[in-house]
Design a protein around this ligand. Structure first.
Ligand code: DAH
Length: 347
């Protein structure tokens, strides 16, 4: 009995019908219930069924049509429900999620802290260009043209025409001391400035060196500025930055733009001066260079060195940050890895 079998197969099929969206549902309705649908076709066939089977097959066919309609209605309700709930979830009156705020970069935190400490003793901030000329970075700072002191800073020179290597005096500043010359030529003493900024040197990138890093320069020019003033300002800074128990020591050094020149160490803030692997057992760590502004520099900038004197210092922001936060690898500062940066959220 072919018709009965077909109906029974369809009955099974229909109970398992699924539709992922309204298009699929409509396709099902057309397939089974439309004028040209499979069930409608069975009703046509039913006309030729012998009279003695009509009652049984008729009931089966009606059952099939009814179950198909029911299944399709059920699927429609399901789809409507999920659409409604989606619409309900979309609450247009709700305030939007807060924008995820980034964190301050550790180098910015430390730069701001340095500026904050010195601003309390009267320093203001001055900035200068990163692309500089030889005169401001070296010449006016008392570096003679062939002086070996230039070799202390392996400088990036900029080619005037791309690809054509000609000697040029345009360069990426290798230290922020260049801003001293710009300030001293544009302002009259008393001058008390801090010059924070990025500097560039041709160094192979490693955990301890990078081709760019950050410095903060300090400059104070006035009448009767003495080495004792320099020492006192640096001691104040070190205590504010690293704690009241911090000691400093000044070692003689050489910079072309200061005379006398010194390098300053602070008592190791990791072992408290007892000696550890960080300070290589010495109890001291170097943090900056400093000195009395060389009279040649004052004169080159148009300041009368018989009336005025000054002190200057320069420190690496990465170095201070390493000491404060124990960052062991310099490269972390420029990799923008949020796992590193998020650690400074509460600082
Ligand atoms: N410019 C020096 C450097 O990059 C640091 C420095 C030393 C700056 C002594 C100063 C200073 O102003 O007085 O190595």
């Amino acid at each position: 009995m072919a018709l009965k079998d077909t109906i029974q197969t369809l009955l099974q099929q229909v109970s398992g019908l699924q539709a992922a969206n309204t298009e699929e549902l409509e396709a099902l309705r057309i397939k089974y219930l439309s004028k040209k649908g499979e069930i409608t076709a069975l009703f046509n066939e039913f006309r030729n069924v012998p009279a003695d089977q009509k009652r049984e097959l008729g009931q089966l066919l009606n059952q099939l049509r009814q179950q198909t309609e029911e299944r399709i209605n059920e699927l429609r309700e399901k789809l409507d429900e999920s659409r409604e709930s989606r619409e309900e979830r979309l609450d247009l009156t709700r305030t939007p999620d807060p924008i995820a705020l980034g964190t301050r970069h550790p180098l910015s935190l430390v730069r701001e802290e340095i500026i904050d400490i010195f601003s309390r003793i009267g320093f203001t901030v001055a900035e200068g260009p990163e692309v500089e000329d030889d005169k401001h970075v070296y010449g006016m700072l008392n570096f003679a043209p062939e002086h070996p002191a230039r070799d202390m800073q392996d400088t990036f020179f900029i080619e005037k025409e791309i690809g054509v290597q000609k000697p040029t005096d345009v360069l990426l500043r290798s230290h922020t001391s260049s801003v001293q010359t710009r300030v001293m030529t544009s302002q009259k003493p008393p001058i008390r400035v801090l010059c924070p900024g990025r500097v560039y040197r041709n160094e192979a990138i490693s955990a301890r060196a990078h081709c760019f890093f950050h410095q903060v320069e300090g400059l104070y020019v006035d009448k009767n500025v003495s080495f004792a003033d320099l020492r006192e300002a640096l001691l104040y800074f070190s205590k504010e930055m690293f704690g009241a128990e911090t000691k400093i020591r000044l070692r003689p050094s050489y910079f072309p733009f200061t005379e006398p020149s010194a390098e300053m160490d602070i008592s190791c803030n990791i072992c408290g001066g007892k000696g550890c692997s960080f300070c290589k057992g010495t109890g001291w760590v170097e943090i900056l260079g400093c000195g009395m502004v060389d009279p040649n520099v004052l004169e080159a900038c148009g300041i009368d060195s018989k009336i005025y004197s000054g002190y200057a210092f320069g420190m690496g922001v990465e170095r201070i940050t390493n000491l404060k936060y124990r960052v062991k690898d310099l490269r972390l500062f420029s990799e923008n890895d949020v796992r590193f940066l998020r650690q400074f959220e509460s600082c």
